[in-house]
Design a protein around this ligand. Structure first.
Ligand code: FMN
Length: 216
């Protein structure tokens, strides 16, 4: 593959928040999920699962659960300066309800050998410190991040449009009930997907010099 082809795929993918009403063929969703499974994954465990929701009643229920938490948090706003931003957030909180399909991604719990050694030795101060550092950069969430990124690119390559959403995790308990999540799994991201009904301008990126340091 030419670099230019990959560059085009990556740079033309956009977060889409408005979709046509057309349903997405299940084969396309499965194709993208299968391809995303080729992303790097910690310990070779692929510690994630996709719950694909096309049932309008369930989509609406997830929308209501997320909106309820948004409205609650918004009601706590005391700053006049923040009011306009809060109102905009409140109004936009449930845009994903209009997508023909939602992919709720869960991260499953697994124990690597390093995790096991830590868990068995948490009475040692040095182990506590090692554990604190490892928690900050937890492997299972990094793995889900790589998976979701690949999934978005796969959707884009298939002509589908999606957006990665962490916001809906604010209603984690309610969403997990609606999707009937398995034991030892956490709902960590929601990806509404469909056919784009908007063409947003690409948000600017930092110049590469700002995100790289060479230690020569
Ligand atoms: C971890 C993560 C969480 C995100 N959560 C949300 C979200 O809750 N709601 C939303 O509208 N967009 C969300 N986004 C999408 C970003 O806003 C978007 O990627 C960013 O503005 C850049 O735009 P682009 O994807 O079109 O390049 C999230 C992106 C990432 C990587």
């Amino acid at each position: 593959m030419e670099f230019a082809e990959l560059e085009k795929l990556i740079k033309t993918r956009r977060s889409i928040r408005k979709w046509k009403t057309d349903a997405v063929p299940e084969e396309l969703l499965v194709k993208a999920i299968e391809l995303a499974g080729w992303s790097p994954n910690s310990g070779g465990k692929q510690p994630y699962h996709c719950y694909v929701i096309t049932n309008p009643v369930k989509i609406a229920a997830i929308g209501e659960a997320v909106q309820e938490v948004t409205d609650y948090l918004a009601s706590l706003c005391k700053s006049v300066d923040d009011q306009a931003v809060v109102e905009r957030w409140q109004a936009n909180s449930g845009f994903f309800r209009n997508a023909p399909a939602l992919v709720a991604v869960s991260a499953s719990i697994y124990q690597s050998i390093a995790d096991k050694l830590q868990a068995d030795n948490m009475d040692q101060p040095r182990v506590c410190e090692i554990n604190r550092c490892r928690q900050i950069a937890g492997s299972r969430l990094q793995t889900v991040g790589a998976f979701v990124d690949h999934l978005l690119l796969a959707f884009h390559a298939l002509g589908l449009a999606a957006v990665w959403m962490a916001g809906p995790t604010q209603a984690k308990t309610a969403v997990e009930k609606i999707i009937n999540i398995g034991d030892n799994e956490d709902f960590v991201a929601l990806i509404p997907v469909g056919y784009a009904d908007e063409q947003p301008v690409a948000p600017v990126r930092k110049p590469v010099e700002q995100v790289v340091t060479f230690l020569r």
